[in-house]
Design a protein around this ligand. Structure first.
Ligand SMILES: NC(=O)c1ccc[n+]([C@@H]2O[C@H](COP(=O)([O-])OP(=O)(O)OC[C@H]3O[C@@H](n4cnc5c(N)ncnc54)[C@H](O)[C@@H]3O)[C@@H](O)[C@H]2O)c1
Length: 238
């Protein structure tokens, strides 16, 4: 598989390392300094593009891939107010788009556990729920895309919670997400269900960025000969 990397920061470089281990070829690397090289001709040298760039650049990068007719896997978070538009454009332009707030298999298993627990708790009184996410100090968006997925999955199933808020719990119907930025932490998420008599905690702690890099490459393999809009639910059945 030939890959175009859109965003050559921490994740872009990690994806390149894993790509080389798997005998894939990286044919294009786009970062802040060479955006003029993001042309249809250059993109068409790749089978798939993988975008781990910035919240402000993801939308345009994805559109450029649609224009070039190249399938695109996007991992960039913090721009999701425009995902409806992207999904529509993808269908209109007969493109291929894969988005996940987290590409690691472990996190997707964690998502499944979270959905299950929220469903069980819906019929159980006395528990309040909160989410804490911890990431490295360079992360631009808060809360993390992963924490937003966890929160939305809880709100869909646990009817006491109507909305989430960052770093404040206004009333019992609000699900609080606490964001902590420290050191070089790759990504930790903690879901706490607390009652007067006990506490249940479910934790996912990434040890490195390798799990995400592998998942993004597998998503590339999954979509490279397909058309349409895809997510982790299409690739892994949990
Ligand atoms: N979905 C997931 O599983 C997952 C996992 C980890 C990180 N992320 C997200 O991926 C994104 C990137 O993370 P990172 O840790 O690699 O960040 P990073 O800051 O290390 O890298 C981003 C890179 O994008 C470059 N860039 C800026 N403008 C650009 C443009 N127009 N086109 C291409 N590149 C451009 C920056 O110069 C930088 O090198 C973030 O939004 C992060 O939250 C998602």
């Amino acid at each position: 598989m030939k890959i175009a990397l859109l965003g050559y920061g921490k994740m872009g470089r990690e994806i390149e390392k894993t790509a080389i281990d798997r005998k894939y070829q990286v044919v294009l690397r786009i970062d802040i300094g060479n955006q003029h090289e993001l042309t249809p001709e250059n993109l068409r040298k790749a089978d798939v593009a993988i975008d781990f760039s910035l919240p402000a650049s993801a939308f345009n990068n994805i559109m450029k891939c649609f224009e070039a007719g190249i399938p695109v896997v996007c991992g960039t978070t913090g721009w999701l107010d425009r995902i409806g538009e992207v999904n529509q454009e993808c269908v209109k332009m007969n493109g291929t788009f894969f988005y996940a707030s987290n590409y690691s298999l472990g996190v997707n298993i964690f998502f499944a556990v979270n959905r299950y627990l929220a469903g069980v708790m819906n019929g159980t009184s006395g528990y309040n729920v909160g989410i804490k996410e911890i990431h490295h100090i360079h992360k631009l968006d808060a809360p993390s895309g992963t924490a937003i997925t966890l929160a939305n999955d809880i709100i869909e199933r646990f009817w006491e919670k109507k909305k989430w808020e960052l770093n404040r719990e206004t009333d019992i119907s609000t699900l609080n997400i606490t964001s902590v930025r420290e050191g070089e932490v790759p990504g930790t998420h903690v879901i706490t269900w607390d009652s007067g008599v006990d506490r249940i905690e479910v934790i996912h702690e990434a040890k490195s960025r390798k799990g995400v890099a592998l998942g993004a490459l597998l998503a590339g393999e999954f979509i490279k000969d397909k058309k349409g809009v895809f997510s982790m639910a299409d690739m892994i059945k949990l």
